[in-house]
Design a protein around this ligand. Structure first.
Ligand code: SAH
Length: 217
């Protein structure tokens, strides 16, 4: 029981209710979000807001995404237990943890070593053996591990990065926020079919920008 008299169980129910009311209906995705404790990925000052449906600051000037957006993006990838998934923008590691519940293998990249180190330590603590974390500029993807069944970009790009599209398997899906970094962006889903790429627009979102090169921290 926390100070405000709300039990952990009630908090969790409210958390899931908010996610569902934003259109996350996939049972596997909801199950994954029920199992992963977002509180572990939000540290310090903001930890008591970990179960609110809101983005929160993490270190290196970055943010952990809003839970309902995490749910919608995960749902849009239509993940199966055989999928190999690439995430660009590890941040806190929360989204990667959700992906790791649903997919066979998850590769996640961030440009800040400080973030990848913290996320890696959490995955070890939680005994997640199917997530590998890389410190690199993720816009180049991971050619050595391509192709991927699914790719999720959690930072806003001006256009879907070409190297990532090239690393998507036929039949694969990529979701990426597209637009200028200081404006509202559009969450785009790209499907690679035998005939080429098919795009559809899912909703407006707001993400930190996809930047070039490595971060300083
Ligand atoms: N998915 C994260 C939130 C991502 S915030 C979570 O669940 O917490 C966006 C992240 O993208 C930031 O951590 C930022 O450092 C990272 N990022 C931005 N540009 C990048 C790039 N070119 N390569 C890899 N990571 C990048």
């Amino acid at each position: 029981m926390s100070d405000d008299g709300v039990s952990d169980a009630e908090r969790k129910m409210q958390f899931l209710y908010q996610i569902r009311s934003h259109g996350v209906t996939d049972k596997a995705v909801l199950g994954a979000m029920e199992r992963v404790d977002r509180g572990l990925f939000v540290q310090g000052l903001f930890s008591e807001r970990a179960y609110d449906d809101t983005p929160l600051p993490i270190s290196c000037g970055q943010t952990i995404s809003q839970p309902s957006v995490v749910g919608l993006m995960t749902q849009a990838l239509e993940i199966t237990p055989r999928d190999k998934v690439l995430e660009i923008g590890t941040g806190s590691g929360y989204q990667a943890a959700i992906l790791a519940q649903l997919a066979r293998r998850v590769y996640t990249i961030d440009r800040f070593r400080r973030l990848t180190r913290t996320a890696e330590a959490l995955f070890a603590q939680l005994d997640y053996t199917n997530v590998t974390v890389f410190t690199a500029d993720g816009s180049h993807g991971l050619p050595d591990h391509a192709p991927f069944d699914k790719i999720m970009v959690t930072a806003a790009a001006e256009d879907p990065p070409g190297p990532l599209l090239a690393q998507l398997r036929i039949g694969g899906i990529m979701v990426v926020p597209v637009g200028q970094s200081d404006a509202v962006q559009s969450l785009i889903r790209v499907r690679r079919t035998e005939e080429g790429l098919r795009y559809d627009e899912l909703r407006d979102v707001r993400f930190v920008p996809l930047l070039e090169g490595l971060g300083k921290e």
